[in-house]
Design a protein around this ligand. Structure first.
Ligand SMILES: [Zn+2]
Ligand SMILES: [Zn+2]
Length: 147
């Protein structure tokens, strides 16, 4: 089943599953492909490629892309005869939602803030501003900016 995928997309082995929209390359972890989670991760990255996902500016765009990629992956799973574990998808999306919520929460008063650019937020309640770290796979760090 993977032969078909590897024929249609540029896939290179690596340390984690990812899609690079600049080079249109999918990175996958070879030894994880024998597990259903690994197979699903590959389908998910392929969905990003298929849907032409590019870099995002706001967290909510990312969340939408993640949702869309999983919807596409579910459709593709049938063609490639890969079993889909809905629970795993929900877990992945839940992790993203938590990540997005954490970044948007004001470190001062715990109200939601508005995202100003990819790393800057502003509180709608107390007007505090904070910066967040970039990495999606790291713990969320919020740093208040003194005004
Ligand atoms: Zn994704
Ligand atoms: Zn606040």
């Amino acid at each position: 089943m993977y032969e078909d995928i590897f024929k249609d997309y540029v896939c290179v082995p690596g340390k984690r599953f990812a899609y690079n929209s600049t080079t249109e390359t999918i990175t996958y972890v070879p030894k994880e492909l024998s597990h259903s989670k690994g197979a699903m991760a590959l389908l998910h990255e392929i969905a990003h490629a298929k849907l032409g996902h590019k870099k995002y500016r706001y967290d909510l765009e990312l969340l939408k892309m993640e949702q869309d990629a999983w919807d596409q992956a579910k459709k593709d799973a049938k063609n490639y005869k890969i079993l889909i574990n809905e629970e795993h998808i929900e877990e992945c999306l839940h992790t993203y939602r938590k990540w997005v919520a954490k970044r948007a929460t004001c470190p001062k008063c715990e109200t939601f803030g508005l995202q100003q650019n990819n790393t800057l937020f502003k509180c709608i309640n107390c007007e505090a501003e904070w910066k967040v770290n970039q990495r999606k796979d790291r713990r969320v760090m919020r740093r208040l900016i003194s005004s």
